[in-house]
Every structure is written in C-alpha cells, then in structure tokens.
Design a protein. Structure first.
Length: 427
C-alpha cells in the first residue's frame, strides 16, 4: 500500500518542473519575436533623411549694345498747316456748288457760281444821271468858252484904256466861275462812272475761284443759298494743302524748359502702328493751353512742328504720341533701369556682376562693380564705364519681375535722327 502511494505522488512533481521550463522557453521566444518585429517595423518605417538643399542659380541680365535716347513725351493732334477760306464777293444767290469735301482742286478753278441780285433800277438811275451830267458839262464848257472870249476882249480894251475897270474884273470872274463849274461837273461824272464800274464788276463776279491748290476740307455753301457781301464773313468753303501738316503737342510746364527751337521731334499715331514721322520744333506758344493751369489743374503749353505728308496718309485731327529728343546714342552699352538701385554720393551705381562660370551657373559667384550712367531712356540706361557687353548683372529679387524685354525698333518713315552731343541732366 505504501509503495503505490509513493509512485502516485512522484509523477505530478516531475511533470510540473518540466512544464515550467517549456513555458519559460516559449515566453522568451515570443518576447524575442515581438522585439524583432518592433525592430523591423522601426527600421523600415523610419522617414528618410532630408536631402541637402541644392544651390540656387543666379538670375542675371545680359549687358548688350543698342540705341538709346532721352526724350520728353507729350500727346498731341494733327492740324492743317496751310489753308484758305473762300468767300463770296457779291450779293446774290448761289447757283451751283461744283466741289465736295475731299475733292482736289487747282488754283483758279471755279468752285462756286453765284447769280447776283444787284437791282437793275439802280444801274439805270446811275446811267441816266451820268447822261444828265454829261449834258450839263457840254453846256458849261460852252459858257466857259464864252467867258474866256469876253475876258480876252476886256483885256485888249483895258490895254487901250477903252473899258472900265469894273467890266474887266467882272469878265475875269465870269471866266474863273465857268471853269470851276466845269470841274465840279467833271468830278460828279467821275463819281458816277466809278459807281457804274463797280456795279458792273460786281455783276461779273458770278464765278468764285479757288485761291490755292489743295483739298476741299469743308463746304458751307449750298445751291439756292442767299449770300450778302455786307453780311458777317462766313466762308463758303475751305481749301487746305494736305502735303504738309502741323503737330500741336501739349507739353507739361516742367518739361518746357528742356525744349528749344530746331530740336528733333517725332511721333506715332494709332492709325499706323509701327510707323513714325519726324520734324523740327518750330515754336513753343508762350501762353498756357486752353483749359490748363486753372483751379489747381496742371499747366500745359502748346508746342508746334511741321511734318511732311507727301502720300497724304495723315489727316487733320489724328491723335499723336510725340517724343522730343533731348539726347541719343547709337551702339551704346545698355542696362535696364530697374537694376540700378540707389546712386552713390558721387552719382555712380553699384551692381552685382556674375562670374564667368558658364558650365555651372548654380556655383556662380557675384562681385560688386561700380558703374557710371549716361543717357536714361524710358526703360534702359547707357553705361559709360564699369561694364562690357556680354557680362551678366545679377537681378535683385525685387526687380526680377519687371526687367524689360529688348525693345523692337519702329519702322521709321523719316530721315535718320542726328546724334546729340551730350545728355542733359535728368530730372
């Protein structure tokens, strides 16, 4: 009984020690697997390292050669330069108008025909008065001849002391009086004859002739219209020479002192994009333009110059954009104005010039350079010293978006502009 009891109690003890060792081994394996899984997860899901920033390439502007000019800008209008107004010289009714607006006429050509309305009664009255005066003149001349004979006779008798002094003086007075009456009648006859001649000339002025050759630009006459020589002067039509026009430009008062007679000016007009015409400044009107300088408005002055128009492409009233050339240079070293920055105390400028490493612009370095500026245009500036064509100037960040593109030249229909001696001081 004792032996059986001993075997039953030993079996559970041996199995318990062995089970705990296996359990510990399994737990250790699970912990190792968990740790390995966590390590694998950490290694594969770790964010990649941030890449090193790449070097930024410099934005530069190429220094190049080109033409540049400094100018005063103004807006204006084309006007007639030479024209003539045609008036009627007689009182009457317009019979026919032989031209229309736009017609070309030659000097001396009939443009309007008028039927005069001079009263015929006045003509007849003047003619009758002239006939009466001529009859009176004949009678008075006869009396004058008789008075002269009487005076001669009295003169002979006085020499022989055969007449009285009173008779001699009376005959002389009669002779002088008769001569005076003849002269008075002659004066009246000349007056009547002048009136008749004027009436005849007036009646003959039925044809109105063109005073100059040109183009009819306005017509105010119409058939059947009554006109009077004594009425207010209203032109029947206007003839203009369109081969030469005047440009009237409005220039601000701050720019007027920069202008002078004979300087070059050119303009463009919206009707002919890409073309320009030039002329020489003729006159600066010394009084303010209409509507300017009043009640706080800016003051402008009218500036005039002529332009040839042989093809008659330009017409009166066209708007113009005018440039009065102050200075200009050809084949100059140019740089955009936006790259200059603020001037130094001596008037020079400092710009950053990129290196010449064309293979790798990202590794380019820039160095400061002092430059001198000459003529200033609308977008570009002339470089007098400090830069050479082909070099590159670093564009500041603030100016990167406003660097101008190279300007395309306009088609010039006029002779080349003469070079200027020097650039005036910029305002």
């Amino acid at each position: 009984m004792t032996v059986e009891a001993t075997d039953k109690s030993a079996l559970p003890t041996a199995f318990g020690h062995s089970g705990r060792r296996w359990l510990i081994a399994i737990l250790a394996l699970l912990i190792a697997l968990a740790a390995g899984f966590l390590l694998w997860k950490g290694l594969w899901q770790r964010p990649p390292p941030a890449p090193k920033p790449a070097p930024v390439a410099l934005q530069t502007e190429l220094v190049r050669r080109g033409d540049i000019e400094q100018a005063v800008f103004a807006s204006g209008k084309l006007q007639l330069h030479k024209y003539s107004d045609v008036f009627g010289q007689v009182t009457g009714q317009i019979k026919d108008v032989l031209v229309m607006v736009g017609d070309e006429v030659k000097a001396g050509k009939m443009v309007v025909e008028i039927t005069p309305t001079l009263p015929s009664a006045r003509l007849e009255s003047n003619r009758a008065q002239l006939a009466r005066l001529q009859a009176e003149l004949s009678d008075q001349r006869a009396q004058q001849d008789f008075a002269e004979l009487q005076f001669k006779r009295q003169t002979q008798l006085k020499a022989e002391n055969a007449t009285r002094e009173e008779s001699f003086e009376s005959s002389r007075m009669s002779m002088y009086s008769a001569a005076a009456r003849v002269e008075a009648i002659n004066a009246q006859i000349r007056q009547i004859e002048a009136t008749l001649k004027d009436d005849e000339v007036t009646r003959s002025h039925t044809q109105v002739l063109a005073p100059i050759s040109g183009t009819v630009v306005s017509v105010a006459a119409r058939s059947g219209q009554m006109i009077g020589a004594g009425q207010a002067a209203v032109p029947l039509l206007r003839i203009a020479d369109m081969s030469r026009l005047t440009v009237q430009a409005r220039v601000a008062e701050i720019d007027v002192p920069l202008l002078h007679k004979g300087m070059t000016a050119y303009f463009t007009t919206p009707g002919y994009p890409g073309k320009r015409w030039s002329g020489k400044l003729r006159q600066v009107i010394p009084v303010p333009a209409d509507g300017s300088g009043e009640q706080g408005k800016q003051t402008f002055y009218n500036v005039l110059f002529e332009v040839d128009n042989p093809q008659q492409e330009l017409m009166s009233g066209m708007s113009t954009q005018v440039r009065f050339v102050l200075a200009q240079a050809h084949d100059a070293v140019l740089l955009p104005l936006t790259l200059l920055g603020k001037p130094e105390a001596d008037g020079s400028y400092v710009v950053q010039v990129a290196g010449t490493n064309q293979a790798n612009q990202a590794n380019q370095q820039s160095s400061p350079r002092k430059i001198k500026i000459g003529i200033r245009g609308e977008q570009m500036a002339q470089v007098l010293s400090g830069l050479e064509p082909g070099e590159r100037v670093v564009i500041p960040a603030a100016a990167a978006a406003i660097v101008p593109a190279p300007m395309q030249p306009l088609k010039n229909t006029s002779p080349p502009l003469p070079p200027a001696a020097s650039a005036p001081k910029a305002r």
